[in-house]
Design a protein around this ligand. Sequence first.
Ligand SMILES: [Zn+2]
Length: 265
Amino acid sequence: MTRWLPYAAAVALIVVAIGHHRRSVPAADAFSAQAPAPAAGGHVHWGYAGAEGPEHWGELAPEFSTCAQGHYQTPIDIRDAVDAELPPLAIDYRTRAVGIVDNGHSIQVNVAPGSTLTLNGRVYELKQFHFHTPSENDVNEESFAMEAHLVHADRDGRLLVLAVLYRLGAEDPAIAKIWKESPETEGARVSLPYPVDPNELLPESRDYYAFSGSLTTPPCTEGVTWIVLKAPRTVSGGEVAYLEHAVHGHNNRPLQPLHARAILR
Ligand SMILES: [Zn+2]
């Protein structure tokens, strides 16, 4: 039995998978997804271990309930992907990273407005990127040393995360540049003394897996389009160790059940 799907069917499947439970997310969430909560009100501590760890996120605050009850959660183990003629990613990153913040959950780099990714006619603007170690998503049960999340939002606040996986190997020059300027103090924000081009984070090949998922941090909001690039980059052990030091260990949410989702490739 062929598992190939014609283009129209593939697009329809993405639209169904994503539109099925579409919910508008305020654009600000694209920034706040990894940013510290506002100092006044609504500040709920969460982390990656113990009583504030991922197993308990859903109980920490009513607005985090999707973390426990959602059926379209990320990360996942990417396997049994359905062959589809996925539309090409139209990536047009033309602005630069402007600042770095160590928010205690990750090292996040904010990008100046004007960089876009267009998919199925929808234009998403790149807001920020940040890093997890080890990877959050697996591919055929393989965990990777690190994963970058490039967070985009369209004008209606719909989110798209472009994920880049890293295997241990040669140092990544883009990561090296970012780490060099990363603030040593949690909560600190610094401006980059030189421009970092987000294109430098991407592998050459733009082949990807696509699925519908969620934010991987509280409040675990669903309706997020996930694009995981198939070609991993490499990162050195030292670079991984730097991120581990910054986040006090690991900052990957455990794998979530796939439920009734199709992964397209
Ligand atoms: Zn992330």
